[in-house]
Design a protein. Sequence first.
Length: 564
Amino acid sequence: MAETAHLPWLDSYPESLRWDTELATGPVNELLDQSAQRFADNPAIDFLGHKISYRELDRLVSRAAAGLQRLGVGPGVHVGLFLPNSPHYFIGFFGVLRAGGTVVNYSPLDAERTLAHKIEDSETDIMLTLDLESLYPRMAGMLGNSRLRHLVVGQLTEFCGPVSAAAAGQLGPSVPVAMDAQTLSFASLLDNDGDYRAHPQGDPASSLAVLQYTGGTTGVPKGAMLTHANITASCSQLEAILRDALEPGRERVLAVLPPFHIYALMVNMIFGVRMGSEVYLHPRFDAESVLREIHDNRITTFPGVPTMFIGLAAHPLTEQLDLTSLKLCNSGGAPLPLEVQQRYSQMAGCALREGWGMTETTTAGTFTPRDGEPRPGSCGLPIPGAIIRIAPLDGSPGSLPPGECGEVCIAGPNVTPGYWKRPDATAEAMTGDGFLRTGDVGYMDEKGWVYIVDRTKDMILCSGYNVYPRVIEEAIYEHPSVEEVAVIGVDDPWRGQSPKAFIKLRSGAPRLSFEELQRFLEGRLGKHERLSAMELRDALPRTPVGKLSKKDLVEEERARTKAS
């Protein structure tokens, strides 16, 4: 543990929490073992109205582990999960780890060539998926055309009985599955007595649990190696932060984010299991369904991303339904606009806290104390056991003083040891003394509060000045007609680049002209931050986890420029 005298955030920590608290680590699969013993008869999952207890989940996972071992899964074997929010994901994930294998997460919205790259790069031999039109045919096409040798295909109705038309419509139709030597059903995988072979667990700090691919804007995706120690340390950090807010075996978590994303994987599923929570699975985000679930089933915890809270704050049911059961709402995955944070907290009656993290930090890097006074614009303090410093943007060594912008760097037990089969990328991302260069631009104040300004790759260089899109977005969000906004840099023959805003207006709001917006932003932005253009949209593009996708907007602008 590092010396603590020079860590400015220590004095800002809540009295009930120590930064140097002991963080337990161990095999990830033991988290389910422990909760199945403590909360055997408690519901673990609610999926479309059907509940699975911790006792039943534990048995299903053992049967999955035994079935996977019959397919050859053990230490060093990588198994892919190409699944939505369904019980299959829980059973498959813990089944792979209990069998001794490694999980590789796949996004259903990946392009075919990206899926093919991940299969080859990650050395995935077996894939678990569902018989949905959006999933099964894409993986069936990989058999015989990649190293993939077995496909395990489940049915949506296996763990929920008859599916409502609305739920089925969300996930899309099922298609026939051709069973053969390479393809077997999820039911047949589980058709055994659950007598799996336990493998001796190696050092959790070096034993690979999950390959989690990062979806960078350039180049092919890289697999962040998350060890058993990374994941269980992250759970211990979350438990320490939330110890005073959450009660083991008593919480109800609303899981809407897809589990292939690190934020949902950790906060909804793995930490939910560690706490013995009941996890309510929603296949997709729908504002009305979310609000009614909170109201009807007294949900206590709802992790989301900014676009979800924007949608909830704009929905009339937010003020009409009883949301007082909520103890904790947390926003992650992208910067949370201050105006949205304040509006949602006031309407829902539950403080909306923000944290910062990334795939490489096994989700969390900072947190906002639940009962503390939030700092406007800050994503919080470094989590227990993590050290954050701000490094010069030119890559030179050392740390910047409080208030100066640089690259956010982090070290801690939750930080990945590197990228799968990419020593070059690992060396580029790590400093000589073990800190991860995050690619985020930000600063730390004298009390240790961290402020993320933007991504280094999103920074706009206007006439030699650094312009950060988030600063412009925060100012535009103050306009009463604006519901969502994304700002990117576009080519400018005079300035090199200039900011352009893509805006979705609130329902019923009067049309906003560019001239009106420019007048509104006078005094809110510097001259170097002035917009060059604005475009109104009925909807803004999103990533698979619901974040606004600036990558899509950048590609649209490039195509438009090339065509002109």
